[in-house]
Design a protein around this ligand. Structure first.
Ligand code: SF4
Length: 189
């Protein structure tokens, strides 16, 4: 990986085992995309060549929960889908992380109806909220990097005294200022 060229062959590297474990964990997040709507398309764009999520070691999207440790909730969740979301989350391997991508996953978005979950964090612990409709790929990457930074420093997710998972509850700042709406409508005679 190039490190052999940078170091002479008789060098010795020392580090803490925990740091190596954290480094390995943060460099191999495997996403489980729970993509139910248009935000899923943005996730696909993030994984494709232009944005290249592989640079962060997180391109191995798995649809088998036992092989994934990063759930990306991308899209609105219907009440009927909720048990499926929870089942998949429970089947994922520990330590696991959750990103709520987009307004629909975090708040229900414009779908303020009885059939739509008004925020998946009411039912699973969300570590990072990525705002937008849809968020840009850069913002999703920022969310993934926020989790990577936490793993680098802390390793595993925090748990309360009762053993329950405590969500990180981080929010990614938007990277752009929304432009004003187009010119006002005038009706001529
Ligand atoms: S936040 Fe916007 S882009 Fe994402 S699923 Fe909802 S409507 Fe679609």
């Amino acid at each position: 990986m190039g490190i052999e060229a940078a170091l002479s062959t008789d060098s010795i590297l020392t580090t803490q085992l925990q740091r190596v474990i954290n480094w390995a964990r943060r460099s191999s997040l495997w996403p489980m995309p729970f993509a139910t709507a248009c935000c899923g398309i943005e996730f696909m764009a993030t994984a494709c060549s232009r944005y290249d999520l592989a640079r962060f070691g997180a391109e191995v999207a798995r649809f088998s929960p036992r092989q994934a440790d990063l759930m990306v909730v991308a899209g609105r969740i219907g009440i009927k889908m909720l048990p499926v979301l929870q089942r998949i989350y429970e089947q994922m391997t520990e330590p696991k992380w959750v990103i709520s991508m987009g307004a629909c996953a975090s708040t229900g978005g414009v779908f303020d109806t009885y059939a739509t979950v008004q925020g998946c964090d009411q039912f699973i612990p969300v570590d990072v909220y990525v705002p937008g409709c849809p968020p840009r790929p850069e913002m999703l990457m920022e969310g993934i990097m926020a989790i990577q930074r936490h793993i680098d420093n802390e390793g595993i997710p925090p748990k309360g005294p009762d053993g329950r998972r405590i969500p990180l509850g981080l929010t990614v700042e938007p990277t752009y200022t929304p432009r004003p709406q187009p010119v006002p409508i005038t009706i001529g005679r």
